[in-house]
Structures are given as structure tokens and as C-alpha cells.
Design a protein around this ligand. Structure first.
Ligand code: NDP
Length: 324
């Protein structure tokens, strides 16, 4: 077979800009591997790439995360063979039947983890890993605020917090989502549209929170800022409601000498050895039963438009995958 089906974006915009096309099957060059994809992870960042919020050169493929079988090897690869199961969390063009990536972007998937689970967990759990272990290292006993607690990253964060002995107070838009977050280990989860949300959140940490993990952005910025303890850390790691307009240094001072950071997974992926170490940690947590992977939405590749509309329309919980 010389062609494959893949999602292509020629013009940035709404979900309907994504088209499934027949394109040439890519061939691996030196140091590269072709993977026949079994599942492609869907992440909110894919919608930022599609809309143009995070600009890419056009036309472009879409999708950063996936898992499948090695089906062709370029020169110089001696530690993989055809048929090996591999996953990745930072490739571009994963919404496809196959992808070619450098060997260094891949991790082997252990026997106790399925391809689908790997595609649904790696990017999101690596994000939680660096948020909880690097950006603001949690040692256990802290009470932290985490918005969108029932989403893909959110349900993993709830479980990882429980594993670390951290009280995660979540927010989510429906009672069902809140219940799901609590069943995954959140200490409590409050409705994000509650007019008394700020007061209710303060009850769980009367002196303020040492850290707020905020991926919602524009609509939660002021709330999060007001709930931090003196010397607290504002971790802004996403823009689900749109980017924060401006961070004013004087406000950080007046709110108690706060720290503000805007971390990205790409920075951590670029640290030598970090990706493999993080993947090992995640797979170990899954195999030990501390982390379950919730694949709550599955779509055939041809339904990619519906998948993005569901994610942006806040109709999903946990992880979503495309099946090519
Ligand atoms: P989610 O599954 O969490 O989906 C996004 C969620 O955001 C929605 O389900 C919704 O939950 C919430 N939300 C709040 N306001 C809005 C809004 N106005 N429109 C749409 N959704 C809204 O997505 P992911 O797990 O893929 O990603 C979670 C967040 O983490 C994203 O913001 C993403 O960009 C960020 N991220 C950042 C990374 C980094 O390294 N910086 C890496 C990976 C992810 P609810 O209905 O409960 O409000």
C-alpha cells in the first residue's frame, strides 16, 4: 500500500477545516521509524493547532500522540524490530494510519498497557508528571487547586494527587464531571459556574492555596490569582477558555509576592532522558494499579470533526482517541 488516510488542514479555523485525505505513505529516513497507528490520542492542543492559536506551517497534519506497531525501520536503528509496540507524545501528524518519527521520539509500550491506553495517557500524564514533580514539586500533604478536573489531564491529575497524598480540590462544569473527579481521587470538586465558587474554594484552604494549576486561562485567571497564599505559585498551563490577556507584575506583588509560570511539555521533552523516565513512571503507575486510563470517547478517524467539536464543546470526560 503506497497511500494512507490522514487528517490534513490547509486553512486554519473551525473543526470543519479538517479533511481526511489519501496521502502518500511516508518512508522512514536514517534514524527514523514508521509506525502503523492503532490509536491516536486527542488533546486540546490539537484544537489550538487547528484554529491557529498555536501557528503551524500550512498545510499540516494534526495530532501529537499515538501508539501502534513498528512497520518500517530507517538506517541506523538497532534496538527496534518490525512488530514492536511503541508510543509517542510529541509527533506532528498522528491523526493518520501511519506516521514516521525519529527513534528518539518513541517509547516501547510494556505488555500490561494496551496501544489504546498508551495513546490516551502519555501526553496527558507526562504533563501531570512535570506539573507535580518539577513545576511545583508536591511532596504530599499539600492542598492544591486544579481546574478542569474531569478532563483528560484532569482525571490523571486526580489519581496522581491521591497517589502522592495530596488533596486536590477540583473544578468542573457539571455535577457528573465533579462526581467523576472525586471518584478518581479529588478531595472535592466544585461547580465552576457557582457564583460563590471563590468562597467555597477558600473553605478547603483558608490561608490560600500554595499552588493553582490553571489550564482554563482567561475565565479563571482572576479567581485563581485571588485564591493563592502569599508566595504561592500560579501555574498557567493552558487556554481552554482563551489565553490570559495580561499578567501585571504589580498584581503579583500586591497578592502576596506570587510566582507566575507558563510551562510547556515541549520544554521537558527536550531535557535529555526525561521522556523515557517519565514514560517509565507512568507505565509503572498503571501496572501497579495506581493510575487507570479512562478512554471515555472513541471515534473512527473519519469522525475527527465530531471529536474536536465534542472536546471544545466540553462534552467529553477523561481521554478521547481516534481509531484509524
Ligand atoms: P480536557 O479534556 O481537559 O478538555 C478541556 C476542558 O477544559 C473541558 O472539558 C472543560 O471542562 C474545560 N473548559 C473550561 N472552560 C472551557 C471553555 N471555555 N471551552 C472549552 N473547555 C473549557 O483537555 P486536555 O486534557 O487535552 O487538556 C487540558 C488542558 O491542559 C488544556 O488547556 C491543554 O491545553 C492543557 N495542556 C497543557 C500542556 C502543557 O504542557 N502546557 C500539555 C497538555 C495539556 P469543564 O467542562 O469541566 O469546564
Amino acid at each position: 500500500m503506497d497511500t494512507m488516510k490522514a487528517v490534513r488542514v490547509d486553512v486554519c479555523g473551525a473543526a470543519e477545516q479538517m479533511l481526511v485525505k489519501d496521502v502518500p505513505l511516508p518512508k522512514p529516513g536514517t534514524g527514523e521509524v514508521r509506525i502503523r497507528l492503532k490509536a491516536c490520542g486527542i488533546n486540546l492542543i490539537d484544537t489550538y493547532h487547528r484554529s491557529g492559536l498555536y501557528p503551524l506551517a500550512l498545510p499540516t497534519g494534526l495530532g501529537c500522540e499515538g501508539a501502534g506497531l513498528v512497520d518500517a525501520l530507517g538506517e541506523g536503528i538497532d534496538d527496534l524490530i518490525e512488530g514492536d509496540r511503541v508510543g509517542f507524545a510529541m509527533g506532528m501528524g498522528a491523526y493518520a494510519e501511519a506516521i514516521v518519527l525519529p527513534r528518539g521520539a518513541l517509547v516501547k509500550i510494556p505488555a500490561g498497557v494496551s496501544d489504546e491506553e498508551s495513546a490516551a495517557v502519555l501526553l496527558k500524564a507526562m504533563t501531570v508528571d512535570y506539573l507535580f514533580n518539577d513545576t511545583f514539586p508536591l511532596s504530599g500533604g499539600e492542598t492544591v487547586l486544579f481546574h478542569a478536573a474531569a478532563g483528560g489531564v484532569g482525571l490523571i491529575a486526580c489519581q496522581w494527587a491521591r497517589y502522592k497524598g495530596v488533596k486536590l480540590i477540583g473544578t468542573a462544569s457539571t455535577q457528573d464531571k465533579c462526581d467523576l473527579a472525586v471518584s478518581h481521587g479529588a478531595e472535592a470538586c466544585l461547580l465552576s459556574d457557582d457564583p460563590e465558587l471563590s468562597e467555597k474554594l477558600r473553605v478547603y484552604s483558608p490561608e490560600g492555596y500554595p499552588v493553582v494549576y490553571d489550564s482554563v486561562g482567561r475565565s479563571t485567571y482572576r479567581l485563581s490569582l485571588g485564591l493563592l497564599a502569599p508566595l504561592g505559585m500560579f501555574v498557567s498551563f493552558g487556554n481552554a477558555s482563551g489565553p490570559i490577556d495580561a499578567v501585571v507584575p504589580g498584581e503579583l506583588a500586591l497578592s502576596g509576592s506570587l510566582y507566575f509560570t507558563r510551562p510547556s511539555l515541549a520544554t521537558h521533552m527536550a531535557r535529555p532522558g526525561w521522556m523515557q523516565t517519565s514514560a517509565d513512571r507512568i507505565f509503572d503507575l498503571i501496572e501497579a494499579g495506581h493510575l487507570s486510563v479512562d478512554v471515555n470517547q472513541r471515534y473512527p478517524l473519519r469522525d475527527v470533526v465530531r471529536a474536536h467539536n465534542d472536546l471544545e464543546g466540553r462534552r467529553t470526560t477523561g481521554s478521547s482517541v481516534l481509531i484509524p
